[in-house]
Design a protein around this ligand. Structure first.
Ligand SMILES: NC(=O)C1=CN([C@@H]2O[C@H](COP(=O)(O)OP(=O)(O)OC[C@H]3O[C@@H](n4cnc5c(N)ncnc54)[C@H](O)[C@@H]3O)[C@@H](O)[C@H]2O)C=CC1
Ligand SMILES: O=C(O)C(=O)COP(=O)(O)O
Length: 455
């Protein structure tokens, strides 16, 4: 640690808030007054993307068949790209991450603290999907790695699949189709129903759940939902107070919750018993939300008349790997290989959305939309260098940072700091003449987790 970092000095710049963000923009004259959320860019200069090292040295690893739309965007940035069709084992990932700067995954690739520990050069992770439960988000945060996702680019695809499955289950389409594939003509009406006038119960009324509710109502269904948060009902959809109330009222139950401690096995034997005799269950959320052994039993007993399952507690890492589940061979059970978000439209949109977030972080330090990180976004000033510093959120960090700067008599163009309970994220635009010296001093602070300069 440098002498400068150890010494505590009188501040000459305005101290930053350690709870939220605060901006000092000398040109905008905001030092004394309320800070604007975003600094005005200098209209006279061209906003060329900054970079901390030659762009063709930035290595991007894209796993699990990420869309060509993302690959094209990284190519146009001249980043190095390596792709793989499936997920890797933890050991393979740990090895690969040693010299990777940007990692792109979908729902399969588990990213543990162990793998992150070895990833000394990793700047950011992109989950090219909605769910982020596959990443140890807390560890990534602690290690200064923001994680981005695409919160609603595949919402409609999942909602449409679910609506198709409601009709398919009511008409036993899966069974009729496979019988005919085997040459068996079985024309029956018994146990087959219209969905009009039936009740659809939605567990988790977020982006997907509420879309399903809108579409179901258009088909003449009654829609009820249960969510732990208060949600605005769409159309005539109505909220119910408890999960049991929802299960007891519905002919169809569809699950749209994230995987968490509260949702793991949230549909087990007791909940299945609460469901109406002859009702149907759809799960396109996460496999561990449903106890599959209990569901298989409820299907065998005929208490549940059918199920459509898209997600499983353990899924193969890639196409062509074998797969078994206790649901195979049961009547009126539609099994799909986690394809809820797998449409051309969704994948193309996700590719663009997550690649944009990653490129903005690499080039500008923007963390808007990160799921595990303080969110900061302000325009770059091409007449300055930008320093990014992720630090432990402990008292005294900003005093030390500002001490370094005041010592050098530096003109700070803009400075913004945002914190969460573990870390702080500081972005500073500085005079080009001193930026490297400031960066070096910041790196030496014992509280610094990651420091990067963009020039
Ligand atoms: N099968 C597939 O291919 C796909 C699956 N998914 C899964 O669907 C999940 C939901 O996606 P979105 O609707 O976009 O998420 P969202 O975050 O918009 O909505 C989730 C809702 O669940 C609620 N919730 C959380 N815990 C709950 C609990 N214990 N009980 C009741 N409600 C609870 C939340 O308050 C929120 O309203 C994702 O987290 C992902 O795991 C998402 C996309 C594709
Ligand atoms: O978006 C999600 O959370 C999904 O489950 C879709 O995952 P996938 O991109 O198909 O691996």
């Amino acid at each position: 640690m440098s002498k400068r970092a150890r010494e505590s000095r009188q501040l000459t710049t305005k101290p930053l808030s350690s709870q939220g963000w605060e901006l000092t923009a000398a040109a905008a004259g905001t030092m004394g007054g309320p800070a604007p959320a975003v600094a005005a860019p200098d209209a006279t200069c061209t906003l060329l993307p900054l970079t901390s090292f030659p762009k063709n040295k930035i290595k991007v690893l894209l796993l699990e068949n990420i869309s060509h739309t993302a690959i094209e965007m990284f190519e146009s940035e001249r980043f190095q790209i390596e792709t793989a069709p499936g997920a890797l084992t933890e050991e393979e990932l740990t090895e690969k991450l040693r010299d990777v700067h940007v990692l792109g995954i979908r729902s399969k690739m588990h990213v543990s603290d162990g793998a992150l520990k070895a990833a000394r050069r990793l700047l950011a992770i992109g989950c090219f999907c909605i769910g982020t439960n596959q990443v140890d988000l807390e560890a990534a945060n602690r290690r200064g790695v923001p994680v981005f996702n695409a919160p609603f680019s595949n919402t409609r695809s999942v909602a449409e699949l679910v609506i198709g499955e409601v009709i398919a289950l009511a008409r036993q389409l899966g069974d009729r189709s496979s019988e005919l594939h085997r040459g068996t003509w079985k024309k029956v009406a018994k146990g087959c129903y219209e969905i009009r006038g039936k009740t659809l119960g939605i567990v988790g009324y977020g982006h997907i759940g509420s879309q399903v509710g809108v579409l179901a109502e258009m088909l003449g269904m009654h829609v009820k939902f249960f969510d732990i948060a208060t949600k605005m009902p769409m159309g005539n959809n109505t909220a119910v107070a408890t999960l049991d109330e929802l299960l007891q009222a519905s002919e169809f139950v569809t699950l749209h919750v994230p995987l968490s401690e509260t949702t793991t096995n949230m549909i087990s034997a007791p909940q299945l018993k609460q469901m109406k005799q002859g009702s149907y269950l759809i799960n396109a959320s996460r496999g561990s939300v449903v106890d599959l052994a209990a569901l298989a039993e409820a299907l065998r007993e005929g208490h549940v008349a059918g199920a459509a399952v898209d997600v499983y507690p353990a899924e193969p890492e890639k196409n062509s790997d074998g797969f078994t589940t206790e649901l195979q061979g049961l009547p009126n059970v539609i099994l799909t290989p986690h394809i809820g978000g797998s449409t051309e439209e969704a994948q193309a949109a996700i590719g663009r959305e997550v690649a944009t977030s990653l490129i903005k972080y690499v080039n500008r330090g923007t963390t808007a939309g990160a799921v595990n990180f303080p969110e900061l976004d302000f325009p770059q000033d091409c007449k300055s260098h930008r320093i990014l510093n992720v630090h432990q959120n402990v008292p005294g960090v900003l005093r030390n940072v500002n001490s370094i700067i005041s010592d050098l008599d530096v003109n700070i163009k803009a400075q913004m700091n945002m914190t969460d309970s573990n870390i702080g994220y500081l972005v500073m635009d500085l005079d080009k003449a001193v930026s490297h010296e400031v960066e070096a001093a910041l790196r030496e602070l014992p509280t610094s987790i990651k420091t990067r300069i963009l020039y």
